[in-house]
Design a protein around this ligand. Structure first.
Ligand code: FAD
Length: 387
């Protein structure tokens, strides 16, 4: 990193070093101390407030980065990280600069066999402890009597009684669609409508009949605009003609993910959530084609003739298939006013016996975040052996 920064902007090497020290200080509080604690009580928020002020969390990620380095390209590469968890670097709190340190400390990891292997590992853990996993069984409601969750009703009509209900569905969806309005005082329909939702994603998965050996596992292709594009996505809610892309080529690391001599990819473009009013049934194919051309003209020459498999995921799918409010890809936007105590709590503040995990509760989106949300439950779910 030092060598690369020196190549682009020698005057910023010193600022980069100082920024990374600050990212470590933020990590020591924002991650080490806060990531897996329950923010059920507002006094927890009050206790950490001085630390948050000391670390300048009132600044945005971009604002903090810009105070250390001057070159716009260096500012971009040091500040885009909130996008990995659904936040706009120009509006999210600088606490998220902890990601820069997290990446440096532990590196970037990939599950051999793909994310499905993590899922299989978890299923094995549950079944190994005598649990069962029931799939293709949509929960239609969480049933509450006397302010206590007692059972869940499936779309099929089956009712499953429960001592404890943990919802891993999008937190906003859990409240809006699964818990009847008369049981909600904080997360009312009105509040959920007024809340800010993260951006969505257009994801195109594709396989090629040939390999592109020079393409790395992770590539970020930055478009011509940075702040302007993010303003279009987060504030103006328009699908712009230009884009910045993340290109994933897992076969660089794990050749088992494609037949011999072939490659597997996905490319991801951050786009506004469904508040844009875009009809993705019409827009998806032209948008995919524009991305295909861009990739073909840049790092995947001749792409159109090499494709053997193709699948798209649009904001409409995030809503219709994954039950995410507004088709947001990362649930509630991680701005300061929707973080920690201000986010839907892991131990529901509405209903006893109901607990939330996943991107929409504390600490937030991304695999490390959602796993930390499950760790919070270790602290707050009563252990029946101790009753
Ligand atoms: C293309 C892409 C790439 C990503 N890459 C990374 C990465 O490299 N690293 C990283 O850390 N993060 C990454 N993320 C983000 C990460 O995947 C998410 O933040 C994380 O999976 C969110 O976890 P979750 O449990 O909250 O939601 P989900 O993983 O969406 O799980 C929620 C599940 O609940 C189910 N569900 C919803 N409603 C109901 C209901 N009523 N009844 C029954 N089931 C229901 C849904 O079908 C879904 O399976 C990526 C996201 C995308 C889209």
């Amino acid at each position: 990193m030092r060598r690369e920064i020196a190549r682009f902007a020698p005057e910023d090497v010193d600022g980069y070093e100082r920024f990374m020290k600050q990212a470590e200080a933020i990590f020591d509080v924002g991650f080490t101390q806060l990531v897996d604690i329950s923010f059920a009580d507002w006094t927890t928020m009050l206790k950490i407030a001085p630390e948050l002020v000391r670390l300048k969390s009132y600044r945005t990620v971009y604002g903090l980065v810009a105070s250390y380095v001057k070159n716009e390209r260096i500012r971009t590469v040091l500040s885009f990280h909130p996008l990995l968890i659904g936040g706009n670097p120009f509006t999210t709190t600088s606490i998220l600069c902890l990601i820069s340190h997290l990446e440096r400390r532990w590196g970037v990891h990939f599950a051999m066999g793909g994310t499905g292997e993590i899922v299989k590992g978890m299923v094995g853990l549950i079944e190994g402890q005598g649990g069962t996993v029931r799939m293709n069984a949509e929960v239609a409601s969480i049933d509450v009597t006397d302010r206590r969750a007692r059972s869940v009703t499936l779309a099929s009509g089956d009712v499953i009684a429960a001592d404890v209900v943990v919802s891993n569905a999008d937190a906003a969806w859990t409240y809006r669609k699964l818990v009847a309005p008369e049981h909600r005082r904080r997360w009312t329909n009105r509040r959920l409508e007024k809340s800010k939702y993260s951006m969505s994603l257009f994801v195109w998965y594709f396989g090629t009949r040939r390999q592109y050996p020079d393409v790395q596992h992770h590539t970020i292709l930055l478009g011509p605009r940075y702040e302007g594009l993010l303003t279009d996505i987060f504030r103006n809610k328009v699908v712009a003609d230009d884009f910045s892309l993340y290109l994933h080529r897992p076969t660089k690391t794990d050749t088992s993910l494609a037949p011999d001599g072939c490659d597997a990819f996905y490319v991801l473009s951050p786009v506004p959530h469904l508040g844009s009013g875009t009809d993705w049934r019409e827009k998806a194919e032209p948008y995919r084609k524009a991305i295909e051309k861009y990739l073909s003209d840049s790092i995947l020459p001749g792409l159109a003739d090499e494709i053997v498999t193709s699948m798209m995921l649009t904001p409409q799918d995030f809503q219709d298939k994954l039950n995410s409010v507004n088709g947001a890809a990362f649930s509630l936007e991680p701005v300061l006013t929707q973080s920690a105590w201000f986010r839907p709590h892991n131990q529901s503040e509405e209903v006893d016996n109901l607990y939330l995990v996943g991107a929409g509760t504390h600490p937030g989106a991304g695999v490390p975040g959602v796993i930390a949300s499950a760790k919070v439950l270790d602290r707050v779910v009563p252990d029946p052996r101790r009753r």
